[in-house]
Design a protein around this ligand. Structure first.
Ligand SMILES: [Fe+2]
Length: 127
């Protein structure tokens, strides 16, 4: 059974979908079951993916991807960053050439999880 907020990826075409209402026991794309993505939370090697949160003085939170900025190139970039609270999923869509970072209107104490998706290295989370 799917679970609210779970993310799935098609291993053939690369489609990524997020569950916003549960229902189907499985998702199918390109004639094949989609893979549920499990977020990693520990960086290894040179490239850094774990989201880093900081409160913004005056309100909101800033999230950047990696303790060292993650690449934002045409073939390898951070596609989105999401902040999850009890009743909200706030998503920033990123593009090649931009900073691997975003600001969100949320209170630090309300944040349950922050996650980001790298088009090459998959899903990562912190908090
Ligand atoms: Fe990456």
């Amino acid at each position: 059974m799917t679970k609210l907020r779970d993310l799935y990826k098609c291993s053939i075409c690369g489609n990524v979908v997020e569950i916003v209402h549960t229902g189907a026991p499985a998702l199918v794309c390109c004639g094949k079951s989609m893979d549920k993505m499990e977020a990693k939370s520990e960086d290894m090697g040179n490239e850094k993916h774990v989201p880093v949160l900081e409160p913004i003085p005056g309100g909101g939170i800033s999230v950047k991807v990696g303790s060292v900025d993650h690449p934002m190139e045409e073939k390898h970039f951070i596609r989105f960053i999401e902040v999850l609270t009890k009743d909200r999923v706030i998503r920033a869509e990123l593009h090649p050439g931009e900073k691997p970072a975003a600001e969100f209107c949320a209170k630090m104490e309300d944040v349950l999880e922050v996650r980001e998706y790298c088009n090459i290295h998959g899903l990562w989370k912190s908090k």
